[in-house]
Each structure stands twice: as C-alpha cells, then as structure tokens.
Ligand binder design. Structure first.
Ligand code: UDP
Ligand code: MG
Length: 137
C-alpha cells in the first residue's frame, strides 16, 4: 500500500548544492516524486509547519533559519514512504546520524541538518496540506 510524505531540502542543503544528491537518493531508493518545488517560505507558513515546536527554546532560530533562503519542498510516495524517508534522513542530531544516511553523510549541526521528513502519516497529510494545498486529501 502506497503512502506519501513531505520532504524538505532545507536552506543549508540548497546553499551547499546538495539538491541533486538528495533527489538522486530518493529516486534510486524507488520512491516517486509527486511534487517538487524551489521556494522561499513565508514566516507564517514556517510557523505553521513547525507549530509543534512553538514553545521550544529553539523555535525562533528554527523559523529564522528555514525562511533564510530557498528550500526545496517535495511530496514523495511509495510503500512505507514516511518511515523509509525518515530512515534515509538519519537521526535528527547529525552527531548521532549513522553514516550512509543523509544527515550522517552531510551534516554536523543540529540546526542545519539538510533535510526534513514528516514523522507520521498524520503529520505527512497535515504538512502536505500546508505546502501543497492542491494535493490535500
Ligand atoms: N532543532 C534544533 N534544536 C533542537 C532540536 C531541533 O535546532 O534542540 C531543529 C532541527 O534542525 C530539527 C528541527 O528543529 O530538524 C525539528 O525538530 P524535530 O525534533 O522535529 O526533528 P526532525 O523531525 O527534523 O528530525
Ligand atoms: Mg519533526
């Protein structure tokens, strides 16, 4: 059964020229790109996307960073896409991300960890609705 998830290549990943690398991994894994777009996020959209973290001490920096430059937003689909993409990303803190994962291979900083992925099918549908309203179910 196919499932879908939201994928972001954050501004650090775009600035460092990692778009091709990340998209290549998604394609060779066998996931399907349902949407893909370069854009700069409005603050309001970023705050909605990261709403679960509004009370965390890092929220301000997180929103400032994610709106600081162009990012790539996409929807990917396939069997087990939510957990599969999280597993390809690696642990949130690159200090703990395994080699072979995107964060493990390309990041050292928690605040600049290259990629985002929805953490559950419910989060995926909520986040896809924020970034790609035309694809909302
Ligand atoms: N983050 C941060 N400081 C922290 C925790 C998280 O800057 O102490 C950032 C980090 O870039 C992470 C994002 O906030 O990717 C969202 O945090 P979450 O726990 O949802 O991690 P993710 O789902 O991205 O793995
Ligand atoms: Mg998260």
């Amino acid at each position: 059964m196919s499932e879908r998830t939201l994928m972001l290549i954050k501004p650090d990943g775009v600035a460092r020229g990692l778009v091709g690398e990340v998209i290549g991994r998604i394609e060779t894994k066998g996931f399907v790109l349902e949407a893909l777009e370069l854009r700069i996020l409005e603050r309001e959209v970023a705050e909605r996307h990261y709403g679960e973290h509004v009370d965390k001490p890092f929220f301000g920096e997180l929103v400032a960073f994610i709106t600081s430059g162009p990012l790539v937003a996409g929807v990917i689909s396939g069997r087990g896409a939510v957990a599969g993409w999280r597993s390809m990303m690696g642990a949130t803190d690159p200090a703990n991300s395994a080699p072979g994962t995107i964060r493990g291979d390309f990041a050292t900083l928690l605040s600049e960890n290259v990629v985002h992925g929805s953490d559950s099918p419910e989060s995926a549908e909520r986040e896809i609705g924020i970034f790609f309203p035309d694809l909302a179910r």
